[in-house]
Design a protein around this ligand. Structure first.
Ligand SMILES: N[C@@H](CC(=O)c1ccccc1NC=O)C(=O)O
Length: 254
């Protein structure tokens, strides 16, 4: 299914039958990735006394409750409500779902005990392109990313200046294959989150904070997907919450 898209004075084609899914599946198994010190997700049939909501257990339908955390259990998209005192909802922040995107690969640099993605690396990788979304694949691109328990591992993160650069480039949506754009244990500084959303005071939001910009974490981009320009379809479940599980999909530009 070929679609011809006209956007910002350019026309290009994509094949909608060839989606590149960059989300992680969410399951109640040991394979599910974890961050932020929680346990794996739970997916269990509803029970009313001896009645069990599963066809195997005698019910007419499978009827599961799911207990999970959007930030800690897989691919999710968040808005600035993740860090502000005032409530902001991802379902209100994200109202359109197709964007031009640039996929880049970067090897975080060792700075002391940390691995950091720098402004210089992002600037070089983005080059002259002006995408609406940036998709960051970190190297090495290990399979273990799909099922890693990141708790207490001090994963790589984005330097504040790199996040500022992305904001100043006018990029609205940032996607990355790490549990956070910030250092795991940073005493709540959240420098990259604040720089990307232009949040100056979490208690009293500045009017130029970027209420419609989003961060998507815990994606996975397979090695066979080459760096370059794509069409991104960024879909969430309609949760009125700071974050929702999400399903970002890339389409190669033909
Ligand atoms: N680094 C923060 C914690 C943090 O970033 C965080 C904590 C729980 C769930 C998500 C978090 N950040 C996600 O991007 C801190 O040390 O306070």
């Amino acid at each position: 299914m070929i679609a011809t898209i006209t956007h910002q004075n350019k026309t290009f084609q994509v094949n909608l039958s060839k989606p590149i899914d960059i989300s992680l599946p969410l399951s109640n198994t040991e394979k599910n990735p974890i961050a932020w010190y929680i346990e794996k997700p739970q997916i269990e049939p509803v029970r009313f006394g001896s009645w069990v909501g599963s066809v195997k257990g005698g019910a007419t339908t499978n009827f599961n409750n799911i207990f999970f955390n959007p930030h800690g259990h897989g691919t999710h998209t968040e808005c600035l409500g993740h860090i502000t005192k005032e409530f902001f909802s991802i379902n209100q922040a994200l109202k359109t779902f197709f964007f031009t995107a640039q996929l880049i690969s970067v090897q975080p640099e060792q700075h002391g005990d940390d691995f950091v993605i720098t402004k210089n690396q992002i600037e070089k990788a983005v080059g002259n392109s002006n995408p609406e979304a940036i998709v960051i694949r970190t190297l090495p691109n290990l399979e273990e990313k799909k099922s890693k328990n990141y708790s207490h591992t001090n994963p790589p993160y984005l330097h504040e200046e790199a996040a500022t650069f992305i904001r100043e480039k006018g990029i609205q949506h940032l996607l990355i294959d790490l549990p956070s754009v910030d250092k795991e244990k940073d005493e709540g500084k959240l420098l990259a989150h604040k720089a990307f959303w232009n949040v100056k005071d979490v208690n009293n939001l500045n009017t130029d904070a970027r209420k419609n910009a989003t961060i998507t974490e815990l994606i996975f981009v397979d090695d066979e997907v080459k760096d370059g320009s794509y069409l991104l379809n960024l879909q969430i479940a309609s949760f009125e919450n700071d974050a929702s599980p999400s399903k970002p999909i890339l389409f190669q530009i033909l």
